[in-house]
Design a protein around this ligand. Structure first.
Ligand SMILES: Nc1ncnc2c1ncn2[C@@H]1O[C@H](COP(=O)(O)OP(=O)(O)OP(=O)(O)O)[C@@H](O)[C@H]1O
Ligand SMILES: [Mg+2]
Length: 355
């Protein structure tokens, strides 16, 4: 029993030594060579005799073991410390990088680990934010889809329940159901655009186009909408040869969105469209005399699904995706949408394109 206890202690020490030597592995050769050279130097300086040689050899052997053991155990502690820190980072135990400490000899490694910690923390925060945005987006999409589908369902059920034969309402119900299918179709198109833009699949085809021709087409398409609301739609005169650089179809989508907004959110007065010619770029603007937008909402109207007055927008068929699409398209042109607005007076949206 006693003997085995003694043996246990010896084997523990030997194991410990073996482990320390393993950790000192990198230094074994350099430390051994240094001690061997210094021992030989002493041997030759003091005088060569066999006794001295054996004493120095013994000294060399013991010193090497002691130094390697010290170096090994120190390295073992340092590596264990690094291991513990990495485990703690994995378990999210640190709040700030200052909690990570490796001691004064490993400051560089400490800096690297701190940087890695900060990056991982940022990545995780970004992923959480993305996840939240995605959930919110899906929630909004399902809500917006549900509204027209329920309305269509309602009208169809009422018609089937007998209203079909009621001359006073049957046509109106069908027209309303039809309007909701148009809204649904617009919403799906907007969603497809948003997803194409965000996945980088929206193909752009940049070319010079003539602004006069462009405005003429827009005027023809938009005039009936303005007339329906009793609004004036004025396209200001543009130099006949003014050419701008961009994807004409996508810029048309931008203009349709801005002009439709101007018409939707204006009760009386006019909508003015024009160009301010500058030296290298030209600024296109859409100005209305409508309800305007408060300072508080101005920053948010470009967010997906954001509407200042949800009920009002929905009643005019808006889902709050238009300006988000406008912003993305203009960013793809290296441009930016600007807005100035005074509640009760009107709004002006503008952006510039290369000449
Ligand atoms: N010219 C404007 N005058 C007043 N408010 C505006 C004007 N343009 C946009 N807004 C406000 O900004 C919100 C966001 O506009 P956006 O075009 O993104 O959505 P929408 O017109 O409601 O719906 P969609 O364009 O998707 O059909 C609108 O709901 C409206 O409240
Ligand atoms: Mg809109």
């Amino acid at each position: 029993m006693k003997q085995s206890k003694g043996w246990d202690i010896v084997s523990k020490i030997l194991n410990n030594l073996k482990e320390n030597f393993l950790f000192a592995g990198n230094y074994i050769l350099s430390i051994s060579v240094t001690i061997l050279i210094s021992t030989l130097l002493i041997y030759f300086i003091i005088g060569a005799n066999l006794k001295l040689f054996f004493v120095l050899a013994l000294f060399y052997f013991i010193t090497s073991i002691i130094i390697l053991n010290i170096v090994g155990s120190k390295r073992k502690r340092e590596i264990e410390n690094v291991k513990n820190i990495i485990n703690a980072i994995r378990k999210n135990s640190f709040e700030t990088p200052e909690e990570i400490k490796l001691g004064k000899y490993l400051l560089e490694l400490e800096g690297e680990i701190k940087a890695m910690f900060l990056r991982t923390k940022n990545d995780i925060a970004n992923l959480k934010k993305l996840e939240q945005v995605r959930t919110e987006f899906l929630g909004n999409v399902s809500h917006e889809l549900r509204t027209p589908i329920f309305a269509i369902q309602g009208y169809l059920e009422t018609l089937l329940d007998g209203a079909l034969k009621d001359e006073k309402v049957n046509k109106t119900f069908l027209q309303k159901a039809n309007q909701h299918t148009i809204n649904l179709n617009n919403l799906l198109n907007d969603l497809i655009d948003i997803s194409m833009i965000e996945s980088g699949q929206m193909k752009m085809s940049f070319r010079y186009f003539n602004v006069n021709d462009f405005f003429e087409t827009l005027n023809l398409e938009m005039k009936p909408h303005a007339q329906q609301k009793g609004l004036e739609l004025n396209f200001q005169k543009v130099k006949p040869n003014l050419q701008l650089f961009g994807d004409k179809e996508k810029i048309k989508q931008v203009m349709v969105n801005l002009i439709m907004n101007a018409i939707k959110y204006t009760e009386k007065g006019s909508v003015e469209i024009g160009v301010t010619d500058e030296s290298k770029r030209a600024l296109i603007f859409v100005r209305d005399s409508g309800i305007g937008i408060s300072e508080r909402d101005l920053d948010r109207i470009f967010e997906r699904f954001y509407r200042v007055d949800k009920d009002r927008s929905r009643s005019v068929g808006g889902t709050g995706l238009g300006l988000a699409i406008v912003k993305h398209i203009l960013e793809a042109h290296g441009s930016k949408i600007e807005v100035k607005s005074t509640p009760g007076v009107g709004s002006e949206f503008s952006f510039s394109l290369k000449k």
